[in-house]
Design a protein around this ligand. Structure first.
Ligand SMILES: [Zn+2]
Length: 200
C-alpha cells in the first residue's frame, strides 16, 4: 500500500474528502478523533442498488435499468427509501400470478394473463416504500415518488384511470406514446414472438 492509498483509506474512514492529500480537513478530523475522541461521522451512503432491488433491475431492458436506479436515488435524495420489488415476469410467471385467487390459493392480485401485463416485456417495475426495513404497502410517499418518476420520463401507475397502481412504473416506447394500452401490449407480444426489440 502506498502512502497515498493509506491517506485515502484514513480519509474514507474519517468521512472527509478522499483525495490522498492530508490537508487541514483531514488533520482536523484525525485530531478530533484521536485527541477529543469525537465519534466518527461517516458520510451517509445513499440507499441505492441494494441487492434485492438489483436482482429485479437486472431483469429489465437496458433502456429501463438506468431510469430505475435513478428513481431509487432521487427518492433517497428526497428522504424516501424505496426498493424495487418486482421487474420482469415471464408469461408462465404471469399465468401463475393470474391463477392466484382464481384456481389457486390466495387473493386476486392481477387481472392480466401471460402476455397481457407490461411486466412481461421488461419495461415495467414495482416499488415498495420502506421505513427502515419495514415495508409500507400504503403511504403518501408513493405519490411523491410518482412525481419523481414522471420527472424522469417514466409513466406512473398512480395516474391510471381504470386500475390505480401506485407502486407501478413503466417506460413507454416512443412508438407507443399515443397508443391505447391494449394496442401497445398487442405490439409487445408481436415483437417478442418475432424477436424484434421493444424499443426499436
Ligand atoms: Zn406493476
Amino acid at each position: 500500500m502506498t502512502m497515498d492509498e493509506m491517506i485515502k483509506s484514513v480519509q474514507k474512514a474519517l468521512g472527509v474528502q478522499a483525495d490522498g492529500k492530508a490537508g487541514p480537513e483531514t488533520w482536523g478530523a484525525i485530531y478530533r478523533q484521536l485527541v477529543t475522541r469525537e465519534p466518527l461521522t461517516a458520510p451517509p451512503v445513499p440507499d441505492i442498488a441494494d441487492p434485492q432491488s438489483e436482482k429485479h433491475i437486472a431483469t429489465l431492458l437496458p433502456e429501463v435499468k438506468p431510469l430505475t436506479r435513478a428513481l431509487v436515488e432521487k427518492a433517497a435524495n428526497a428522504g424516501i427509501r424505496i426498493r424495487i420489488i418486482s421487474g420482469l415476469r415471464t408469461y408462465a410467471e404471469q399465468d401463475a400470478l393470474y391463477a392466484q385467487g382464481r384456481t389457486s390459493a390466495g387473493n386476486i392480485v392481477t387481472n392480466a394473463r401471460g402476455g397481457y401485463s407490461n411486466h412481461n416485456f421488461g419495461i415495467a417495475f414495482d416499488i415498495g416504500v420502506f421505513e427502515g426495513n419495514r415495508y409500507l404497502g400504503d403511504s403518501p410517499k408513493y405519490k411523491a415518488v410518482g412525481v419523481l418518476g414522471e420527472e424522469l420520463g417514466l409513466e406512473w401507475g398512480g395516474n391510471w384511470k381504470t386500475i390505480v397502481d401506485q407502486p407501478h412504473f413503466q417506460l413507454r416506447p416512443v412508438w407507443a406514446l399515443n397508443l391505447p394500452e391494449r394496442q401497445m401490449l398487442a405490439e409487445f407480444r408481436q415483437r417478442l414472438s418475432a424477436g424484434t426489440a421493444v424499443f426499436a
